[in-house]
Write a protein that binds this ligand. Structure first.
Ligand code: AMP
Length: 297
């Protein structure tokens, strides 16, 4: 595994890979890797000749007052995991490499960036879309892998790829959870055991709503109310909403096609998000790229 920190090094390394005709899979991350990231890396190594992982805590996607300075990091552990998983190139740039002095250009993502998390994290998705586009330009992957855990991010990245004609296919993999249901997240490191118990209400609520959906409930308000019943002890429920997973538009009336039930809470100073897909055809745990072939894009 090659560990590269500079853009010129990355370009040289990947040109050789590309010239040899190998396909490139890419997994962008902010590090402090866990089994959720590992699942994306495995998807990539299974499908592509070589896999590039980036570890970059992107300052542009943190709002003032958020946890940029204390975001958990463990470079050595990340390197070891990538090595074990067969990653070909690990890209670990410093912020100045990605944002040199005078940096001024950003990707505006439109209204999708103002929905859900965007209401509480102004500018967050501009920062995400900008860095992901830059990374796509640097790595030029054939396939890029994202987690359903960050559903809004996947929808926005798909939109950016389509709108800007970026030559990459986006694959979205299911959320990896702890045995008790908690969605894996680097930010779970902030949770004390007691707070973690409270956080379990999120997945419990989502699973209860998912079960009601599979039993025939199709009313978005009623399904969201089922989740809210389990969200006790949170400092704030930022949103709990059923949306179209591709446009992020809130759904009203009867759910007739694939939808996503999305939650964000604040708990002891930590922001936690989670979601479940509600798919009438029962494919909610599969790659959600199938939505496009269903004609819902
Ligand atoms: P992050 O390091 O948090 O920016 O996440 C990097 C990638 O890993 C994103 O595509 C996330 O959606 C994905 N990811 C994070 N947590 C999980 C999880 N529990 N299951 C699956 N993918 C995840």
């Amino acid at each position: 595994m090659r560990i590269v920190r500079s853009i010129p090094e990355l370009r040289v390394a990947l040109k050789a890979v590309r010239d040899s005709g190998q396909s490139i899979g890419f997994v962008p991350t902010m590090g402090f890797l866990h089994e959720g990231h590992a699942s994306l890396i495995r998807q990539s190594t299974a499908r592509c000749d070589t896999t590039v992982v980036s570890v970059f805590v992107n300052p542009a996607q943190f709002c003032p007052g958020e946890d940029l300075a204390r975001y958990p990091r463990d470079v050595e552990r990340d390197q070891n995991l990538c090595l074990r998983l067969g990653v070909g190139t690990l890209f670990m740039p410093e912020p100045a490499e990605i944002y040199p002095t005078g940096f001024a250009t950003s990707i505006e993502v439109g209204p999708m960036g103002d929905a859900l998390c965007g209401r509480f994290r102004p500018g967050h998705f501009r920062g995400v879309a900008t860095v992901v586009t830059k990374l796509f330009n640097l790595v030029q992957p054939d396939l890029a892998f994202f987690g359903q855990k960050d559903l809004q991010q996947t929808s926005i990245i798909r939109r950016v790829v389509k709108d800007l004609n970026l030559p990459v296919d986006i694959l979205v993999a299911p959320t990896v959870r702890e045995p008790d249901g908690l969605a894996l997240s680097s930010r779970n490191a902030y949770l004390s055991p007691k707070v973690r118990q409270t956080a379990l209400g999120i997945s419990r609520g989502l699973f209860a709503a998912e079960a009601r959906f599979h039993a025939g409930e199709r009313d978005p308000g009623s399904l969201a109310a089922t989740v809210r019943q389990e969200l006790t002890g949170m400092d704030a429920i930022q949103y709990c909403e059923v949306v179209d997973p591709l446009t992020l538009d809130g759904l009203t009336g009867t759910i007739a096609r694939s939808a996503a039930l999305c939650v964000a809470v604040l708990l002891d100073g930590t922001r936690l998000i989670d979601n479940v897909l509600l798919s009438p055809s029962g494919e909610a745990t599969q790659f959600i790229s199938h939505l496009e072939s269903e004609g819902q894009a």
